[in-house]
Design a protein around this ligand. Structure first.
Ligand code: SAM
Ligand code: SF4
Ligand code: SF4
Length: 345
């Protein structure tokens, strides 16, 4: 991978002074899971219209946008979905992205169900740097109730090991905590992953989209999660890796590793938000809670020049004033918002 200093670090501040640094790229809106908080099967059943193949950005189109974004200051790419490992030949795309000057970090978020040892190695060989595996429970019954496709927990635990063995670590484990659903899994997950080198990241359940029937009383505040773990295994605060990091970091005082909590509801971090999101069909969103994207696929397929697209991106980011989580209220949670499975986590 090229070092970041191959490209001068561009600073495009948005309307609130935040630079553009990260791009999350959704590769598909499809998924083989039906996690009840993300793609409830009543709303994502057989009648749901997923994006037709011709609407998805092709790898060359994603690569071109990746290059233009890098020229505007993006350094980190995260591939997501839907389930990104459903996208065929993903390794070819990663190899293309890894060659873009300026990109220093490529990661992938997956449910782990399709991550065997061979695939993990192929992903690492193509230039992927790190993997995050989503795993909301260690108890098989709870896990299967949440993914709602009866997928057992054991293959996902093996996927974590495959990712580690392939050098895609430190592997992060995303846990979305919902009160009354999986909050009894906090300590068992901590017990399981302590000492493994994996970093557990507990995420407050968010009001993304409109289909999951989100309620504030289902959110387990990050402070409560930290207190509960601290009561069993004392924790010490760790300084952020970089300004604007989404997770608050903690380490086990006995040296058995680290956890993170993502307090997007109770302690919003919009002030440091440097992330843009690209949907699988090329809609650009400047906030996870956006309702309307900007159609970049039209620009690509209308034959616009690099200069024109760069100027458009510059204009979109420069005008950005999103800070949804800081403004969240009982009125905003019912707003029309894009679904997480469409835009990616
Ligand atoms: N399918 C992949 C996976 O599950 O890792 C990638 C896409 S998924 C949308 C990305 C992340 O978003 C996952 O860790 C998932 O748990 C999280 N997520 C989905 N809906 C959420 C919600 N309402 N609140 C918080 N996190 C959510
Ligand atoms: Fe699929 Fe990930 Fe959403 Fe679960 S969280 S339904 S695995 S996209
Ligand atoms: Fe960024 Fe929007 Fe999340 Fe705030 S609510 S941190 S602006 S994505």
């Amino acid at each position: 991978m090229q070092p970041a200093d191959v490209l001068p670090l561009t600073q495009i501040p948005d309307a609130l002074g935040r630079p553009l640094r990260d791009l999350r790229i959704s590769l598909t809106d499809r998924c083989n899971f039906r996690c009840t908080y993300c793609m409830p099967r009543e709303r994502f059943g057989s009648e749901h219209a997923f994006l037709p193949r011709s609407h998805l950005l092709r790898f060359e189109e994603i690569e071109r946008l990746g290059r233009l974004f890098a020229e505007l200051g993006v350094r980190k790419l995260r591939l997501t979905g839907g389930e990104p490992l459903l996208r065929r030949d993903l390794e070819t795309l990663i190899a293309k992205l890894a060659r873009i000057p300026g990109i220093t970090d490529i990661s992938l978020t997956t449910n782990g169900s399709l991550l065997g040892a061979k695939r993990a190695k192929a992903l690492a060989d193509s230039g992927l740097g790190r993997i995050t595996v989503s795993l909301d429970a260690i108890d098989d019954g709870v896990f299967q109730r949440i993914n709602d496709v009866r997928f057992p927990v054991a293959p996902v635990l093996r996927a974590v090991e495959h990712a580690q063995a392939a050098g895609l670590g430190p592997v992060k484990i995303n846990v979305v905590v919902q009160r009354g659903v999986n909050d009894d899994q906090i300590e068992p997950l901590a017990a399981h992953f302590r000492g493994t080198g994996c970093i557990l990241r507990f995420i407050e359940y968010m009001d993304v989209g409109t289909t999951n029937g989100w309620r504030l009383d289902e959110v387990v505040p990050a402070a409560e999660i930290v207190e509960r773990i601290h009561a069993r295994w004392p924790l010490e605060a760790v300084a952020p890796n970089y300004p604007g990091e989404t997770a608050n970091r903690w380490r086990f005082a006995d040296g058995t590793g680290e956890i993170g909590v993502i307090a997007s509801v109770t302690q919003p971090f919009c002030g440091g938000c440097t992330r843009a999101r690209l949907s699988a069909e090329g809609q650009l969103f400047t906030c996870l809670f956006g309702s309307r994207g900007h159609d970049l696929r039209a620009l690509l397929r209308d034959g616009r020049s690099d200069d024109t697209i760069r100027e458009t991106l510059h204009g979109i980011w420069g005008a950005r004033a999103d800070r949804y989580s800081e403004q969240r209220s009982s009125e905003t949670t019912g707003d029309a918002k894009v679904e997480m499975s469409y835009i990616g986590g």
